[in-house]
Design a binder for this molecule. Structure first.
Ligand SMILES: [Zn+2]
Length: 488
């Protein structure tokens, strides 16, 4: 045999060995956690209270005139009746009228406090969809094993679940070592500037440094990740930034029988096409972290490719770019959302404007994105203006932190007896906890709520609901988290 062939053959064998070893190491399963005794919660009563909470129309409207302050105040008064222990033992502050901050002083003042977050407000139900609800959105009905209503998933279940857990722990004589804060803003759905931002401001003035924060943003995904047969708890360790740009082109106008060679609409359209054809570069760092944790539940070929990104990165990037969900996790996205020009079919518009929304990848900055857009558009006739509402991407919480390990263990304890993977991921939307970036290094976005394909459209949509069993797990999750925090 030819020596060259032998060398080539040996090389191939070595390559396969490396690929295989990396794959096996990459997808090692985590050891199961021993079950723990659950804290006593009367789940029927808890479910009844959640249903009642959903009856308060704590709706966030874009138009501030429509803000119904009295509904929020009624909700606060009802919470005081529903959770007498919390209100007797924790210090309650109302921040700027409607934000709620509870403080449960820890026994060891030297330890950094922790903060659990949720929001009181819900999105409105558009009147034309109201008849489509199986149970009315603000009736708080319990039926077919579910609690139905706006806020059942986003986010009153978390708010109520946290309070149920604290109430149960108080009843059991629990005393936290670390001070515990509970912060419930009233306007998350319209930006959080009056709620979370002001509560964070208050803690900042008091020079509070937090050990960890838990807010909404992640969930237990069931059947949502291609190739993954088991549920995966997605823990948000960072969130993307937010930027909106207005692109506009001004022209002479005039009669449409005498158009110039390039019209305002034509110039603007070309700019938009260029943007779509030149996506921002991919960053696989979150995917790498994520897939390392879920690979054990994936078929072998996928596992092999994911474990060997040094070789397969271009292919993986192409594959991820194809799905909108995956693509949003690897790059700054570009979404033209509004377009306006022209008043009459035979008049050339003097101005054409497009609104483009960007979700900015951690590690980048909104200024850099604006610069990038200028370069891609590369046309002096297109004016680019940033809108005032924008936020920078969050820092990335370290998955090697003790609090991350504790959170992961808690999730797996609550899911005892079931195969469930826990994985860090990038939250592509914005949550209230972005106002706390400078108060805490370890910010996690996760609620123990199971979301399948069918549930995705219920969030902010019709027939929002949570299963009674699922809610029981959510309450147990918060209670277990606070107990495990004792060892932190
Ligand atoms: Zn929410």
């Amino acid at each position: 045999m030819n020596l060259l062939l032998i060398v080539f053959g040996l090389g191939l064998v070595m390559l396969f060995t490396v690929l295989l070893v990396r794959t096996l190491r990459f997808s090692a399963r985590t050891a199961p956690v021993p079950p723990t005794a659950a804290i006593a919660v009367d789940i029927d009563e808890a479910v009844r209270r959640l249903a009642l909470a959903l009856r308060f129309r704590t709706i966030s409207q874009e138009d501030p005139v429509q803000f119904a302050g009295e509904v929020f105040q009624a909700f606060h008064a009802w919470l005081a009746e529903a959770f007498p222990g919390v209100h007797a033992s924790l210090q309650k502050e109302t921040v700027d009228g409607f934000g709620l901050l509870f403080t449960w002083p820890g026994s060891e003042a030297a330890l950094r406090p922790v903060l659990l977050m949720a929001h009181q407000d819900v999105v409105p139900v558009s009147p034309e969809t109201e008849p489509d609800w199986t149970h009315p959105p603000f009736a708080g009905e319990i039926a077919e094993g579910h609690v139905w209503g706006r806020g059942a998933l986003d986010d009153k279940s978390s708010l109520m679940g946290i309070l149920e857990a604290v109430e149960a722990l108080l009843a059991a004589g629990f005393q936290p070592r670390r001070t515990l804060y509970l912060a419930f803003g009233q306007d998350e759905e319209i930006g959080g500037t009056q709620g979370a931002a002001k509560i964070a401001g208050l803690l900042r003035r008091r020079q509070v440094r937090l050990e960890y924060i838990l807010d909404e943003g992640g969930f237990v995904a069931e059947g949502l990740i291609p190739g993954l047969a088991v549920p995966a708890a997605l823990v948000g360790i960072a969130e993307k930034g937010y930027l909106t740009l207005e692109l506009s082109v001004a022209g002479e106008g005039g009669h449409s029988s005498l158009p110039e060679r390039q019209t305002t609409i034509g110039i603007l359209s070309r700019a938009l096409v260029r943007l779509e054809e030149n996506p921002f570069p991919a960053d696989l760092s979150f995917s790498r972290l994520f897939f390392a944790r879920v690979a054990s539940g994936m078929p072998f070929p996928k596992r092999l490719a994911l474990a060997n990104l040094w070789l397969f990165a271009p292919w993986i990037e192409k594959m991820l770019s194809r799905s909108p969900e995956m693509n949003a996790g690897i790059r700054t996205t570009i979404a033209p959302t509004q377009l306006s020009a022209g008043v009459k079919e035979n008049v050339l518009p003097v101005r054409a404007t497009a609104v483009v929304n960007f979700r900015v990848m951690p590690g980048e900055q909104t200024e850099g994105v604006i610069e990038g857009v200028r370069k891609i558009v590369d046309d002096y006739r297109v004016q680019i203006r940033a809108r005032a509402v924008r936020s920078e991407p969050s820092p990335v919480s370290d998955v090697r932190a003790a609090s991350y390990g504790m959170l992961e263990r808690t999730i797996r304890q609550v899911a005892t007896g079931e195969e469930l993977l826990v994985a860090p991921y990038l939250v592509v939307g914005a949550t209230d906890c972005r106002y706390y970036n400078d108060l805490c290094d370890n910010i996690y976005r996760f609620s123990f709520i199971r979301i399948g394909h069918e549930d995705l459209k219920r969030v902010h949509g019709t027939d929002e609901r949570i299963s009674v069993k699922g809610y029981a797990q959510l309450v147990r999750f918060y209670a277990q988290l606070l107990r495990n925090t004792q060892e932190l």
